[in-house]
Ligand binder design. Structure first.
Ligand code: AVJ
Ligand code: FE
Length: 400
């Protein structure tokens, strides 16, 4: 456990390594946070949730106000949209705090190797840290995308051309199924309890929707045809002037996409990414299909190896036959509690449960998700207009 703890903590620092102090300071929009803030907030999580309740006083009293994200039980906090003004503490001070908290947590684990509560909380702290590793990458991508110099976070690895794959449909007879977390191993509270669900017969596409399919939609007037859109999405697209997914540009038919490897020309066979739920829903409808529900997605994915393209050398979506990796897949399911769900008592209970309104579930993980982080029961969630995450879609349809 100590080894895993140190490896996950080190992976965060490795992600920050190519970034200068200036890079780590930027907050490009209220939904994004500075990298320095992510590094401090994940440290605060161990400080406030694990060390403090065990009588180990914070080495940085006062920083809790800065790096508490949304836990009402832990007191007031610095306003989220203003995280970018926190030039102090600096990156080096945050780095030092990380190392000190790491040492304190390791010491605690050495003293209490059989404390199951402690181990459970550290597992949660590490899963939390991994979520923020993905957020670090999406937030750097967004910040860099606004810089006219088209900065490169990491040089592109050599990639084979993506070749167009036919879509096969996996057929399911429907009926009474079970979804939700099943042991052993860590899962977030929102993945349970495991419970029964009823499905009508359906089919689900074995590959992701591609940039080529999105291009056909756009060239066929997809963004100007209200019959393809949900009313709220139509209004949103007018209001915001949306004509393409975030980070994708179409100038006179020429496509370019801004990525963590810089600006590049995408292959039409690559999965389309950075779409809102509204765009994913309209695109699925244009393609004669619909988005899967989360239960459909899960019964299809369960038992299959998590072997898709998660975070590796390539930080861009690659074609895959796996349910996992490449892009998070919007589902048609609202993010709601499963039957029997009860959040834990205290601050930890605020982790997932209080966000169960006005958001949609996404499944599968992305090219920015740490390996080992996702599973078939994993429920990500974002509001319908979210585009700065690596979000795409796969198709589903009803069977006659
Ligand atoms: C599950 C990705 C929506 O970003 O708010 C981070 C993850 N939870 N810290 C978010 C999370 C607590 C969460 N998402
Ligand atoms: Fe967090």
């Amino acid at each position: 456990m100590i080894e895993r703890f140190l490896a996950v903590r080190a992976a965060t620092e490795t992600l920050a390594e190519p970034l200068s102090a200036e890079d780590q300071q930027v907050q490009s929009m209220p939904a994004c946070s500075p990298v320095k803030w992510h590094r401090a907030h994940t440290t605060w999580f161990f400080d406030a949730m694990i060390l403090a309740p065990r009588g180990i006083e914070s080495r940085r009293p006062g920083w809790g106000y800065l790096f508490n994200s949304y836990y009402e039980a832990l007191g007031p906090r610095h306003p989220r949209p203003a995280r970018g003004v926190l030039s102090r503490p600096g990156v080096d001070e945050v780095g030092a705090w990380r190392r000190e908290v790491d040492a304190d947590v390791v010491e605690l684990l050495r003293r209490h190797p059989d404390d199951e509560d402690l181990r459970g909380l550290i597992e949660l702290g590490l899963a939390h840290e991994e979520q923020h590793q993905e957020l670090i990458l999406t937030d750097v991508l967004h910040a860099f995308s606004l810089n006219p110099l088209d900065p490169i976070y990491r040089p592109a690895p050599r990639l084979p051309r993506a070749s167009e794959a036919r879509r096969s449909w996996a057929e399911h007879d429907g009926g009474l199924v079970e979804i939700g977390r099943r042991g052993p191993g860590f899962a977030f509270d929102n993945e349970g309890p495991r419970h029964k669900a009823w499905l009508e017969p359906f089919a689900i596409g074995d590959r992701l929707v591609t940039i080529g399919e999105w291009t056909a939609f756009a060239e066929d007037g997809g963004y100007e045809r209200p019959e393809l859109w949900l009313s709220e999405g139509w209004d949103w697209a007018r209001r915001e002037g949306i004509r393409a997914p975030m980070h994708l540009r179409r100038d006179h038919g020429h496509l370019s996409v801004f990525t963590l490897h810089g600006r590049r020309e995408p292959d039409p066979a690559e999965p389309v990414s950075h779409l809102s739920y509204y765009e994913a829903d309209a695109l699925a409808r244009y393609l004669g299909a619909r988005l899967p529900t989360e239960a459909e997605w899960e019964v299809w994915a369960e038992g299959r190896p998590v072997d898709g393209p998660l975070r590796g050398d390539a930080l861009i979506p690659r074609p895959t036959a796996s349910p996992f990796g490449s892009v998070w897949q919007w589902t048609a399911s609202p993010y709601a509690p499963y039957p029997g769900y009860r959040p834990a008592a205290g601050a930890i209970g605020e982790y997932n449960g209080k966000f169960m309104v006005n958001q949609l579930v996404l499944r599968g993980g992305s090219c920015l998700t740490p390996p080992g982080h996702v599973r078939a029961s994993y429920r990500n969630f974002w509001p319908a207009d979210t585009r700065f995450q690596a979000t795409g879609l796969r198709l589903a349809r009803d069977r006659a």
